[in-house]
Write a protein that binds this ligand. Structure first.
Ligand SMILES: C[S@@+](CC[C@H](N)C(=O)[O-])C[C@H]1O[C@@H](n2cnc3c(N)ncnc32)[C@H](O)[C@@H]1O
Length: 323
């Protein structure tokens, strides 16, 4: 739409002002210059819906929405009512529009096809098939697991030749038996597992369905909690008849971040799109991998196989199962 302001740099599962990476592979520090802290919470209750046009504008709205949201948190810190299907069900209708170009599909599928050999391959959190469909088109057998039926419905609609084998379930307890030559989990999706125990459980489940010497590939961001704001409210996109806001919180002590995209349309009201993650450092991932019997075989900065360095904002880690 003419006059639209669209933030192309947002990503699934990232506190908006903590995004150092814009997909261009630049330095993780200082590129965005957005490390500001949020103002203190305003103790007043959430007020009239026209809050955005009142005095104080977005800053005031930020205070009040974060306060209201904080009141809805369960004691264990997980957003109340959030479960394995919440992300997929909340984003399935916009996922391809918002995130189709979030990473280099050609580089990703080339590298995965090289690593997979004769296959078969399993993707955890397959979503709409953004990666699985082009990977399957290279000729390798691809299975895709997802906990959201809404996402699998989008996958089915995108996969008109039915070249991806869909599976509904969780990436801890419902992995197909295999054996697979390669299991991968792309674009921060591993961090959808919200506790260290669940993440460790996923490593164990992957180990159980890999062939001897099989590979487990994780693509994720490198946490940089010192630069993550405790809370943030930003504008994702703005048109004459729609505004998408992003409200998020981040807690370095629990390694948890979560948020909502608040999608407001003139005719359609408000749609909430929740997300929640528990991030892990590369060292923590390596420790979980080792505990499940994996050895780190390779670590790149991205699927284009550029070298990983201490300043890399992202990583692609390749773990090898025992022979
Ligand atoms: C960010 S999307 C990634 C989709 C796809 N891999 C891509 O790169 O475009 C994350 C996907 O993981 C799924 N997911 C979240 N938690 C899950 C879980 N515990 N088990 C299986 N899938 C899960 C969501 O439903 C969603 O489809």
């Amino acid at each position: 739409m003419s006059g639209a302001v669209d933030r192309a740099d947002d990503q699934p599962f990232r506190p908006p002002q903590a995004r150092h990476d814009t997909g261009t592979g630049g330095s993780r520090r200082g590129a965005c210059g957005r490390s500001r802290r949020c103002p203190r919470f305003d103790p007043r209750p959430l007020a009239h819906p026209t809050i955005l046009s009142e005095s104080g504008g977005l800053r005031e709205a930020h205070r009040r929405i974060v306060l209201a949201y904080s009141g809805e948190r369960a004691q264990d810190g997980v957003m109340r009512g959030y479960d394995d299907a919440s992300y997929g069900d909340g984003f399935a209708d916009v996922y391809d529009d918002w995130y189709h170009g979030i990473s280099d599909i050609g580089a990703t599928t080339n590298t995965l096809a090289d690593l997979a050999g004769d296959g078969p391959v399993l993707e955890l959190g397959v979503g709409t098939g953004r990666l699985a469909i082009p990977l399957a088109a290279t000729g390798v057998e691809v299975h895709g697991l997802d906990s959201s039926q809404a996402m699998l419905d989008r996958l089915a609609a995108n996969d008109s030749d039915c070249i991806v084998h869909p599976h509904l379930g969780s990436m801890i307890g419902d992995l197909p038996a295999g054996p697979f030559s390669l299991v991968f989990v792309a674009y921060n999706t591993f961090f959808n597992l919200l506790t260290e125990a669940d993440q460790q459980g996923c490593f164990a489940a992957v180990a159980a369905c890999l062939a001897p010497d099989g590979l487990f590939v994780i693509e994720a961001f490198v946490p940089d909690p010192a630069h993550d704001p405790a809370s943030a409210l930003t504008v994702r996109s703005l048109t004459v008849d729609r505004v998408v806001l992003s409200a998020s919180t981040s807690d370095p002590t629990t390694q948890r971040a979560e948020g909502q995209y608040i999608d407001i349309t003139e005719g359609g009201g408000v749609k909430l799109r929740p997300w929640s993650i528990r991030w892990a450092t590369v060292t923590q991932l390596d420790e979980m991998a080792a505990a499940a019997g994996f050895a780190l075989a390779k670590r790149w900065e991205s699927f284009d196989r550029s070298p990983f360095s201490p300043d890399s904002p992202r990583h692609v880690s390749v773990y090898r199962a025992p022979a």
